[in-house]
Write a protein that binds this ligand. Structure first.
Ligand code: NDP
Length: 407
């Protein structure tokens, strides 16, 4: 596993809980001390698995190749940042390793994500007989598997898909992001995008919003965003006439975000700055990326867990033609309490809902259930064994048939 952040911490806890499937395990990240601290936290909870750790800069293909050639992993679980997807895929190809991630590639200097960069590896993975599983977190990940499950069991034709993501939690901070702040702010400040009648429709950032009711939570203002799973789902389910993604944000969060943008702190280009030297001997002209600097002063998402109350609710609202030839609606969702996630892993619910599916995807691969040479989005695999594991591994799901979708 590469990365030792919030999502990786949860995945590591879940991997050691499934020691019958995962017999050997290494955690490698930019800082080895962080991997060692994670292993300590796992052992303190009473798990005894022997876990190796290593330092690796995942931006550097040669370092990755050296690590993979030495440790010889069967599967590399990429829980670093989207910037590292391609270097890790290159090293996997060079060393004969299979691959899994939770977020699609983004270039560092452009806030733009799409699958084309990773889909370009299809032939090479196929020819090498290696499996690459893309987007195996919650969204993307479970939301795509929910859609595959609906298509397999309940619909002849999925026509309308709305993915709804609510975080009704309160971490008691004025402003904090739930996962890597740099990635999160880049995602939310982009233009909105959705699929309708065979084409993409663009909106201004956060332009479209409406109140949606979430089970056990109530109404929450939900904003239309571009989200990566829509890109592969409309290709894999061509009967979809409209596909959209909605996420809730509180007014406090949006107010801070607006100020951050207005004062230039969300910029991702380099600016020059006269900085004092650490040894106090003078100053130097340095280049900093404002958004990366902001990350350094914002609360670390990994530290939000202890005071986090409330829960998340993420699911798919689907309308289409059922197996009986009539129109039906279907809502499949999971609710996850931040405090439950914290008690089990020391992390909050957003890391939990991402790390658990990453582990289940790895489990599907290790059990031989999801093995298919090439590069695949998760909806291209059988959803049933994955859905069964969600119920067993802490993310139980619920269904509402023929209810009001509000959308
Ligand atoms: P964090 O920032 O907490 O963790 C990232 C980890 O990767 C850190 O340990 C970091 O090291 C390490 N890392 C960063 N750069 C490198 C590098 N060059 N080489 C080696 N290691 C590196 O992020 P999260 O845990 O919140 O998120 C992890 C991933 O999960 C992201 O890609 C995110 O987009 C994705 N995600 C997916 C979701 C989904 O539902 N699909 C939802 C939420 C997140 P260090 O600790 O030293 O900084």
């Amino acid at each position: 596993m590469i990365g030792a952040g919030g999502v990786a911490t949860v995945a590591a806890f879940k991997i050691v809980q499934n020691a019958d499937v995962f017999t050997e395990f290494m955690i490698a990240s930019r800082r080895k001390a962080k991997c060692d601290a994670l292993v300590d936290a796992i052992h303190k909870k009473g798990y005894t698995m022997d876990i190796k750790t290593a330092q690796v800069d995942a931006d550097d293909v040669e370092q990755l190749k050296a690590l993979f050639s030495d440790y010889k992993p069967e599967l590399v679980i990429n829980l670093a940042l989207p910037y590292q997807d391609l270097t890790i895929m290159d090293a996997c190809l060079a060393c004969g390793c299979n691959y899994l991630d939770t977020a699609n590639y983004e270039p560092k200097d452009e806030a733009h994500f799409e699958y084309s960069w990773q889909w370009a590896y299809r032939e090479r993975f196929e020819q090498a007989g290696l499996t690459a599983i893309l987007g195996c977190g919650f969204d993307p990940g479970v939301t795509s598997i929910f859609t595959a499950y609906a298509a397999k069991h309940h619909f002849k034709e999925i026509q309308y898909l709305d993915i709804v993501d609510c975080n009704a939690g309160d971490h008691h901070k004025a402003f904090a992001t739930n996962f890597n702040p740099e990635i999160n702010i880049r995602e939310i400040t982009q233009k909105g995008l959705y699929w309708e009648n065979g084409q993409w429709v663009e909106t201004e950032p956060l332009e479209i919003h409406k109140d949606l009711n979430y089970p056990g939570i109530g109404p929450k203002d939900s904003y239309l965003l571009h989200h990566e799973e829509i890109e592969s789902l409309v290709i894999n389910y061509p009967t979809i006439k409209r596909a959209r993604f909605w996420m809730t944000f509180g007014q406090q969060y949006l107010k801070h975000l607006e100020v951050i943008q207005n004062i230039g702190m969300s910029r991702i280009d380099e600016v020059e700055y006269e900085a004092p030297l650490a040894d106090g001997t003078g100053t130097a002209r340095v280049k900093i990326v404002p958004l990366q600097f902001l990350k350094a002063v914002l609360p670390n998402p990994q530290d939000l867990g202890s005071n986090y109350e409330g829960e998340t609710s993420i699911g798919c609202r689907i309308r289409g033609i059922g197996n009986d030839g009539k129109e039906h609606t279907y809502y499949v969702y999971n609710n996850c309490r931040h405090q439950d996630a914290y008690e089990e892993t020391g992390m909050q619910g957003v890391s939990y809902t991402t790390g658990v599916p990453a582990m289940i995807g790895a489990m599907m691969f290790c059990k031989g259930l999801w093995r298919k040479p090439g590069v695949h989005n998760v909806e291209e695999f059988d959803p049933d064994p994955f859905m069964e594991q969600l119920n067993k591994q802490g993310l139980p799901w619920h269904e509402i048939h023929d209810g009001d979708l509000e959308l």
